[in-house]
Ligand binder design. Sequence first.
Ligand code: MN
Length: 319
Amino acid sequence: MSNLDVRPTETACHAPEHSGPVAEFLQPREVPLGGIRSMQVKRTLPHRGVPTVGAWCFLDQFGPQRTTMTVLPHPHTGLQTVTWPLQGEIRHRDSVGSDVMVRPGQLNLMTSGPGISHSEVSPPESMLDGLQLWVALPTGSDSVAPAFQQHVDLPGYETRGLRGTVVLGELAGTRSPATTYSPLVGAQLDVDAGAMTTIPLRRDFEHAVLVLGGTLTVAGAPLESGPLLYLGTGRDELPVTSTTGATIFLLGGEPFPDDLVMWWNFVGRSHDDIVTAREEWERDGQHRFGVVAGHGGERIPAPPMPPLRLTPRRRRRPT
Ligand code: MN
């Protein structure tokens, strides 16, 4: 998916301060994607005050909604896109020659390297639900090549009262085969009705939890669909209880060491990185971003740059 905001606000993210354990609700913003028959998404990252969780720098929850996703070719830089469908299917085509259907239970991981472009189109009027996340590539990833991976066999994770799938990175020794560039975790976990359990965490990671269904308490905080619960660093385990049962997505990682500047579909390190990427996409894009076959030259133009330098915004100190 794309950030289709016609007037995207810039997000410049200073390297995080290590927070220690916190429990902070990051409320979603409703963001329309696309034109007249637009999709609504709930965006919880980047969030004012908490721009990243590990290298996770963008989190959109779309659906469930009956809609037609038509996202024409558009570029990305400096990131991996993680598409985790919960319902429906989407045809993904990209500039490294992929042309695949994206379905629930599959991890679809696209690595931009210095530049990639892709399109995403659903069958007309289909029920769609899922997550789109971005993972920032660390500084020094200039030689990472653009790539697309689809993983249909992801490892299971199970403990008392809870079972799920490790989508990206590693959870308690269970490791996803997907290629990553910084220590992180992304996992979908089903919590049993009546469960009182704990999820083992890495103390040096920061973590956050998003509810995909049901209700539960996480570290004593009641949580339902909507907000992202930011948990900070410094936890060895996460106490979880649920009366009704719940499905959650756990994300975490080593606090990202670099300042990021994010604007539209670009992740960079400076205002000038973004300006250059935008100009190259507008100029014709092919040299840096390749060509997505099958669209007859149709593509999403970049919005105008805002009339100011994209300046860093401080991560809010936890209260
Ligand atoms: Mn995209």
